[in-house]
Design a protein around this ligand. Sequence first.
Ligand code: BG6
Ligand code: MG
Length: 211
Amino acid sequence: MIKGIIFDLDGVITDTAHYHFIAWQNLAKEIGIEFDEVFNETLKGVSRMESLERILKLKNLNDKYTIEEKEALAHKKNEAYKKLINNITSKDLLPGIKTLLDDLKANNIKIALASASKNALSILNHLNITSYFDYIVDASKIANSKPAPDTFLDALNGLNLKADEVIGVEDANAGIESIKACNIKSIGINVKGDISLNSTKELTFDLLKTI
Ligand code: BG6
Ligand code: MG
């Protein structure tokens, strides 16, 4: 049986992935760039500034803006995003997550959060689940964001466990790569992992017992 589990946040614990999409899409429109949900898949798990670079690349506008202007654009997106997530509550937990967290706690399985989001702690607080986590990665302190191993490695060290004692859960290819680079087994939600699931509904403690 695993001793720990490392969760991604956006798209795994709650559906904030959709709010990131809306906020980026609006910002992009303002500067003359349009993109759809298919392109949005390539932004999942990717840091705020890297997401902006990928959006600008759609129209080869990466050199049009100074670093300060890019920071202002990213800030604007984040302000819009924060408004969208301001009303989320525990009702916005994805199916099965609350039950799983309770089962993990009851069985002394350690729990970490490995999100690329600098809004992660605020979202956990909104969802009223912060106290479940034994360790929360501080994205602002991670040198290389996903797909680099740093985020999941920091979570692993934070839990004081070895790679083969934990499992990582992700909804983004960048995150699955990060998990793989740490030699941790992965569960992909709507994305290919060592185990692939179509919904968090399938992510049960009984399933974890079989790993
Ligand atoms: C990831 C999301 O969890 O966090 C990305 O999947 C997002 O879409 C990234 O860009 C950074 O989030 P934030 O909240 O710091 O802008
Ligand atoms: Mg995610």
